[in-house]
Design a protein. Structure first.
Length: 202
């Protein structure tokens, strides 16, 4: 009998351990891709929605302002759209009226969109009215004691500008967040593979 033939054998050599559990979750989750997609869609909706709603108003807002005595200035009006009245001597008009053909139509003076009225040399914003007719007409005011200036309400131009920058901001967020999400998920996959690895090191 060979020496040591009956000695018990020790445990087999231990090789590299294989995976002992499920791989760690990939973070951020795939659902985060909804963020840039939603931002991109929202940017398109805001941009084209604003232009669809405000295009006609912006066309009217591009109209030429006119100046003249309070007894009447002639300009083209668009029914239902607002117009600003400026006065030279900062005297509030008592009343204004629109003369179209044989008709004389008093208009209600308000301060709608006064916050967006632009600065005009030698004039101060006085009131806003809504045009009661479409076409060439005269606007006359009383009580100002001097010249007046009438121009379209241009708030729609400001709203269009704001919608453009809002859409641009949303689009930038979408374009920046998409590669960030992709890079972070790719890094998480590499870290998960490094932790788990294939069985026995293969």
């Amino acid at each position: 009998m060979w020496p040591g033939a009956n000695l018990p054998m020790g445990p087999p050599p231990v090789g590299p351990a294989g995976p002992t559990g499920p791989p760690p979750p990939i973070r951020p989750a795939a659902g985060w891709y909804a963020l840039p997609i939603t931002m991109g869609v929202l940017a398109v909706v805001v941009f084209f929605g604003a232009f669809a709603l405000l295009w006609n108003e912006s066309e009217v807002a591009d109209g030429r302002p006119v100046e003249g005595p309070e007894s009447g200035v002639s300009l083209r009006l668009e029914e239902g759209y607002g117009y600003f009245v400026y006065v030279r001597d900062a005297a509030e008009p008592d009343e204004c009226r629109v003369v179209s053909g044989e008709r004389t139509i008093p208009v209600r003076l308000t301060d709608e969109h006064s916050w967006v009225a632009s600065e005009v040399d030698s004039y101060a914003y006085a009131a806003t009215f809504t045009a009661p007719v479409t076409g060439q007409a005269q606007v006359a005011c009383a009580g100002t004691g001097g010249w007046i200036r009438v121009q379209p309400d241009d708030a729609s131009l400001l709203y269009l500008g704001l919608s453009f920058f809002l859409s641009l901001g949303l689009l930038i967020v979408a374009l920046v967040s998409l590669p960030i999400i992709m890079l972070r998920r790719s890094g998480a996959r590499r870290r998960a593979a490094a932790v788990t690895g294939p069985p026995y090191g293969y």
